[in-house]
Ligand binder design. Structure first.
Ligand code: HEC
Ligand code: HEC
Length: 344
């Protein structure tokens, strides 16, 4: 580079910055011009910095074009996230919505437990911002929609230590008898107890339970990979095992997987207008799951066998076959995956 090009670059840059500085004092049209121009410039710079950081730290797993097919990906299960789909699982918004920047930064900073996503606690906040800006360039969804609204955090009735036992007990009831989390995750009590809890809440009993109700049921994610919902007594939860994080995972659900959003679907009144289940019970479930995780042994030696499709077992003998449709054969009914009104 000769002296004259160098000085012309210098002049252009200083002009640019003095122009930005000058608009700073202005208002009206000029202020808008300044906002547009300098924001875009800053953003472009941030994305460029993000690209450098991505290529240094992330490319080996998440791949050059963000599709999750980096060189190491074939060795990894679960696979690194495909940023082209913009399905972010561990967020504070409802499943299916775009996450907040803070959600993405938290995952990068803390990593995810029990899989290969490392914690990048050493990176500065600015680098995390740059990475987030760069990750967003992989999917057009970021241009089509805004990030979701943070899910409401209802009052935690059980926030004091004295309330823990009550919270855990209530959580066990709601987990099994109302939310039927065991239609995917394992059940941690037996069928009789679930029906007892249902009677206590004023719900009709279940007539059948799947025969492997103490194991989770694998479900395909959006990319067709089979994912087992964690058994809290033996598997890691990814985002965090404290009640606050569990509240977020349970209330918001997990994008791209079968794990549903629970916030907004907890209020249930019986015929007398009594609130049998309420939003605050989300906290009870969070404490219950937290307690299960606390009981998890440090070391597990029995590997989990791959499982077949679940079949129901009937508590009081097999009910008489109902001839609901012409094409339902006895065999189909035997293999039915529907228990009461819950579909697996
Ligand atoms: C050693 C492999 C590996 C490296 C290196 C890696 N990741 Fe990941 N990352 C993963 C895996 C695997 C997942 C998916 C985990 C899952 O589905 O449970 C993931 C998931 C994510 C997610 C999704 C979080 C969510 O809420 O769904 C983000 C964001 C992410 N990584 C960002 C990064 C960034 C940024 C870097 C570099 C600074 C990086 N990762 C480096 C393996 C890696
Ligand atoms: C329709 C199936 C389904 C139902 C019902 C369901 N889950 Fe899940 N859940 C999943 C799947 C699948 C995952 C694993 C997602 C992953 O790791 O990619 C999961 C993951 C989780 C996690 C782990 C979050 C983390 O950080 O790794 C928690 C906690 C959880 N579920 C709690 C619950 C609770 C409590 C209920 C009942 C209120 C429930 N789930 C009902 C399918 C389900």
């Amino acid at each position: 580079m000769n002296r004259s090009t160098r000085s012309s670059i210098f002049i252009t840059t200083s002009l640019l910055f003095s122009a930005v500085g000058c608009y700073d004092q202005a208002d009206g049209e000029f202020a808008r011009l300044k906002d547009d121009g300098s924001d875009r410039l800053l953003h472009t710079r941030l994305v460029a910095e993000g690209k450098v950081a991505y290529e240094t730290h992330c490319i080996g797993c998440h791949g050059e074009n963000g599709d999750g097919n980096g060189k190491a990906a074939i060795f990894l299960n679960p696979k690194p996230r495909n940023f082209k789909l913009a399905n972010y699982k561990f967020t504070s918004v409802k499943s299916g919505q775009l996450p907040l920047d803070e959600d993405m930064k938290r995952t990068i900073r803390q990593g995810l437990k029990g899989n290969s996503m490392p914690a990048f606690g050493q990176l500065s906040d600015h680098t995390l911002d740059a990475l987030v800006a760069y990750l967003k360039t992989f999917s057009p969804r970021w241009e089509e929609a805004d990030a979701g609204q943070p899910i409401p955090v209802v009052d935690d009735e059980y926030r004091y230590d004295d309330d823990r036992v009550a919270a855990i007990k209530r959580g066990e009831v709601i987990y099994h008898a109302y939310a039927s989390c065991w239609s995917c995750h394992p059940a941690y009590v037996d069928g009789e107890t679930i029906n007892q809890y249902r009677r206590d809440l004023g719900f009709p009993e279940f007539i059948a339970f799947r025969d492997d109700m103490h194991l989770g049921v694998g479900k395909d994610n959006v990319e067709g990979q089979l994912i087992y919902p964690p058994d809290f007594l033996r598997d890691y939860v990814r985002a965090g095992a404290d009640a606050k994080t569990l509240y977020r995972s349970i209330a918001g659900g997990i994008s791209g997987t079968a794990m549903p959003t629970w916030v907004g679907s907890m209020a249930y009144e019986n015929e007398d207008g009594e609130k049998v289940v309420k939003e605050e019970d989300l906290w009870a479930m969070a404490y219950y799951v937290e307690e299960l995780i606390r009981q998890r042994p440090k070391k597990l030696d029995d590997p989990v066998e791959p499982r077949d499709r679940p079949r129901p077992i009937y508590l009081h003998g097999e009910p008489p076959k109902q001839d609901t449709s012409d094409d339902t054969t006895a065999d189909d009914a035997d293999d039915s995956e529907v228990i009461d009104d819950i579909e697996f």
